[in-house]
Design a protein around this ligand. Structure first.
Ligand code: DGY
Length: 316
């Protein structure tokens, strides 16, 4: 059986598939596969391992004549019209759990880097401008006793909350569903989105992107943020209206933002580059050797399970 992988991924999953006797082919250029090549490849394969850079819409799905499973190499699957795929009898899987700690670590790194203005301070030293200790050099903000607002209390949101709690923050969260762990172990409070935005000193976004969360943070509610607040996004760029965020940063209506994701990746609005109160990372939330190897293995195991007639391990 033939498996197509849309880009070179870490080897554990590929090796496992080969060991099991599957014929594996990989688009081996270091860029997203052009759509026409993708269409060509999916016509004859039994399974696809895809990245979040591939838009898998109705047109592509209609070409998948033999495909039984699309294993997305990401926890987010907003790149796939999964409802249509399911209607066509194709199982869609993702890679939850294995990247939770890596993404939570990165979200906390962004919080700390914003709070202590690490990129600005480091740039000063590199520019050979450090002239000695100063009482007010790069004044930042402590985390202890701050209100830490978690938007989306799933796996990653919960791990970020644990980390923030360990730093002495008070956790408040926005979620459709009550998170018993957060409430009992971390004494967290579930609040409305507007109240979270009004009360938080730090906000970290951990929601999936869907119709409900597209531009969830927008002109109407971003103005509730405190002037001293920090907002971090390691989820999906489209959850925040970037034009409004840029305005808030430019006019110092918030303290800082830490972004790992953008509305139109890999394009980043040019205004961001001129702001010193935003930290810009290139979508590296899950980029640790541990997470990426395990994502590779999990995607492969999902493919093997479905092609052997078993239930997928992590269907969406
Ligand atoms: C995901 O998994 O959705 C991340 O954005 C990339 O690992």
């Amino acid at each position: 059986m033939k498996i197509f992988i849309t880009r070179e991924i870490p080897s554990p999953g590929i090796e496992l598939l080969k060991k099991k006797g599957y014929q594996v082919s990989v688009y081996n250029k270091d860029k997203p596969i052009p759509r026409k090549d993708f269409i060509n490849e999916v016509k004859n394969c039994d399974a696809v391992i895809s990245l979040l850079t591939e838009k898998i819409d109705k047109e592509i799905i209609d070409k998948m004549k033999y495909c039984k499973v699309i294993a997305n190499y990401a926890v987010g699957y907003n790149n796939i019209d999964f409802e249509y795929a399911q209607r066509k009898g194709i199982v869609v899987t993702n890679t939850p759990d294995v990247l939770t700690d890596s993404t939570a670590d990165l979200a906390m790194s962004l919080v700390l880097a914003c709070a202590r203005r690490i990129p600005e301070a480091e740039a000063l030293v590199r520019a050979r401008k450090f002239k000695g200790w100063k009482p007010q050099l790069f004044l930042g903000m402590e985390l202890r006793n701050k209100n830490f607002g978690i938007l989306g209390a799933g796996r990653i949101g919960t791990e970020v909350a644990k980390r923030a709690h360990a730093f002495g923050c008070k956790i408040i969260y926005y979620s459709d569903i009550k998170n018993n762990f957060l409430e009992t172990k971390l004494k967290a409070k579930r609040l409305s989105l507007n109240l979270i935005l009004k009360q938080s000193d730090i906000i970290s976004i951990h929601l999936p992107l869907n119709k409900k969360t597209y531009n969830l943070l927008n002109e109407t509610n971003l103005r509730f943020l405190k002037k001293s607040s920090i907002i971090v996004n390691t989820a999906r760029g489209e959850i925040v209206d970037e034009k409004v965020l840029i305005y808030m940063l430019k006019t110092k209506k918030i303290f800082a933002a830490g972004l790992d994701v953008y509305e139109d990746e890999p394009n980043i609005k040019k205004e961001f580059y001129n702001l010193d109160n935003v930290i810009l990372l290139p979508h590296i939330g899950s980029s640790t050797t541990e997470a990426r190897n395990n994502m590779s293995l999990l995607a492969a195991k999902n493919v093997i399970a479905v092609l052997s007639g078993k239930k997928a391990i992590t269907p969406v």
